[in-house]
Design a protein around this ligand. Structure first.
Ligand code: PGA
Length: 255
């Protein structure tokens, strides 16, 4: 982290876990543990949990995010949720382009871009995910791929909107596997993302951009990862489902 230039943000990504009742209980448990955080604290929760989560996080420093957003404002898109619906529900952040959506739900670089634009237009802060597979890494494509995904995701984003964007570098091979990237790999990947943003938007904009690392970040390894210059926070899956573990990561980002 380099707090002189940019904000540290720790975001939980609950994926398809927790019912509304369980969401309330977990947030109530987390609230006192993260209240003194010196970083932004976000919980991205399933759509159906949003009202309960917003209520449980009321008057606390926990912000609520969604895990996806559709790119159209309204219309015949059965099962989808628009950016405005999220805004009206009290949501401030939204995960876009998570590798699970790319893998299981046909998400492409183009739809990731459209979702990012729709989120920004509505005033949401997108947490845009990029990351290479193990095969791509072994073939030596990590830098090329991360730069490509980053630039594609940010196509037509206006320079003044970039301050509302967070990018999460999440190596696909590290997500939910217990295999974390080394701190150097995380720093390097985040650095590639920042370099792509510098190429597209200039050095100053890149310097101010929050780039998270995600992929098996946990209470045990967070401090080492977050000590790296380019790691400005984390997108946390499994460890965000346990109040104490999540609070330890928030504490590590508050140093
Ligand atoms: P994980 O998930 O922390 O469980 O690896 C991270 C993510 O998918 O955002």
């Amino acid at each position: 982290m380099n707090k002189a230039y940019r904000k540290a943000v720790i975001a939980g990504n609950w994926k398809m876990n927790k019912t509304p009742r369980e969401a309330s209980a977990l947030i109530s448990e987390m609230r006192p543990l993260v209240q003194n955080a010196d970083c932004d604290v976000v919980l991205c929760v399933p759509f159906i949990d949003i009202p309960a989560a917003v209520e449980a996080a009321k008057d606390s420093n926990i912000k609520i995010g969604a895990e996806n957003v559709h790119f159209k404002a309204s219309g015949a898109y059965t099962g989808e949720v628009s950016a405005q619906m999220l805004v009206e529900s009290g949501v401030e952040y939204v995960v876009v382009g998570h590798s699970e959506r790319r893998t299981y739900f046909g998400e492409t670089d183009q739809t990731v871009n459209l979702r990012t634009l729709a989120a920004l237009e509505a005033g949401l802060k997108p947490i845009v995910c990029v990351g290479e597979t193990l095969e791509q890494r072994e073939l030596g494509y990590t830098e090329t791929l991360l730069k490509y995904q980053t630039k594609m995701a940010l196509t037509n984003v206006k320079p003044e909107q970039l301050k509302n964007v967070i990018i999460a570098y999440e190596p696909v091979w590290a997500i939910g596997t217990g295999v974390t990237a080394t701190a150097d790999q995380a720093d390097e990947g985040n650095g590639f993302v920042r370099a792509a943003v510098a190429e597209a938007f200039g050095e100053e904009a890149a310097k101010a951009l929050t780039v998270q690392y995600g992929g098996s970040m946990n209470a045990g390894n967070a401090a080492e990862l977050l000590a790296k210059e380019n790691v400005d926070g984390g997108l946390i899956g499994g460890a965000s489902l346990k109040a104490a573990d999540f609070a330890t990561i928030v504490e590590a980002a508050s140093k």
